[in-house]
Design a protein around this ligand. Structure first.
Ligand SMILES: NC(=O)c1ccc[n+]([C@@H]2O[C@H](COP(=O)([O-])OP(=O)(O)OC[C@H]3O[C@@H](n4cnc5c(N)ncnc54)[C@H](OP(=O)(O)O)[C@@H]3O)[C@@H](O)[C@H]2O)c1
Length: 267
């Protein structure tokens, strides 16, 4: 039987996890409780769609649940954790917030509280997140099983250190935006070649999808690239332009700038 889970925060990311749990559990989410700050319409919508239970104030239910998922913005964590500190009785606390690792959670919560951090990406919405996760110092096997259950609901996952999550969120969390920018630019260019936006979008999306399927066969990207690129041919000419324009260097710079900003270094 699924453990009882309370979501504090019922926004986009909470819905992705709940939707995943709903899919995996054949709709049986009677042990899932949702709460937010003030948007009761949103809670009603989720109750209707996923058959979860809503609570007006999470503090009313806190001692009836085993797991608490913090799906609130990072800056709300200190406020909620301070309130929670006085109320919890060894529940497993999982945050999905950017930048809020187990060290942060443990600072605010009673000693020996089991905590974890998971960083999904927006593909969680379609069950294809690449989620990074890590644990605090007091997690036991049953907590790991719960975590696995949450993670499997939204896609793939990778266990790593807290520090690695800070570094790798630039890749799994932010780099999808870089890829979408690439796709946007290719769609614009395709449209300029004389087809409709709709046709351009379809051509490009399927091209990207096919390329990803090729990557999933395990072949190296360089190998796949060379299969498309006859030396001295037309594709090679396009690659030359990208290389001369510093394409690879720019991507490295984008990742480093993302990490720098995440650390608050360029504020
Ligand atoms: N979206 C992403 O791509 C993504 C990826 C990885 C991680 N995350 C993390 O996921 C968390 C949620 O992001 P999201 O995109 O789901 O945001 P969102 O759609 O804006 O939802 C935020 C939710 O938090 C609730 N909330 C805010 N302050 C609260 C408080 N003091 N008490 C109770 N509920 C409160 C909001 O309730 P009201 O509407 O009632 O204010 C809302 O339900 C963030 O920490 C973010 O860093 C997001």
């Amino acid at each position: 039987m699924m453990q009882s889970i309370l979501f504090i925060g019922a926004g986009r990311m909470a819905e992705s996890i709940i939707a995943g749990l709903y899919r995996k559990n054949g709709g049986n989410l009677e042990n899932v409780f949702i709460s937010n700050r003030n948007d009761s319409n949103r809670l009603e919508f989720l109750v209707e769609k996923y058959e979860v239970k809503m609570v007006a104030d999470w503090k009313e239910i806190i001692n009836e649940v085993e797991v608490i998922v913090l799906a609130i913005p990072p800056d709300q964590h200190p406020i909620i954790l301070e309130q929670m500190n006085l109320l919890i009785t060894n529940q497993f606390i999982v945050t999905i917030a950017a930048g809020i690792g187990p060290t942060f959670l443990e600072t605010y919560l009673p000693e020996k509280t089991p905590v974890a951090w998971m960083m999904p990406n927006t593909a969680a919405e379609v069950g294809h997140s690449m989620t990074l996760f890590t644990y605090g110092n007091h997690v036991k096997v049953q907590h790991e099983q719960t975590m696995e259950f949450l993670l499997n609901a939204i896609g793939h996952s990778h266990y790593c250190s807290e520090n690695d999550i800070h570094l790798l969120t630039a890749i799994t969390g932010s780099a999808p935006a870089f890829l979408y920018l690439f796709v946007e630019a290719i769609i614009d260019t395709t449209e300029q070649l004389g087809v409709s936006r709709k046709v351009a979008s379809e051509l490009v999306s399927e091209m990207v999808y096919g390329s990803i399927e090729m990557l999933k066969t395990g072949q190296e990207p360089q190998e796949l690239r060379s299969q498309v690129t006859t030396p001295g041919g037309a594709t090679a000419e396009g690659i030359k332009v990208l290389k001369e324009g510093g394409f690879e260097e720019l991507l490295k710079k984008a990742v480093l700038a993302t990490n720098k900003k995440a650390k608050g270094e360029n504020e």
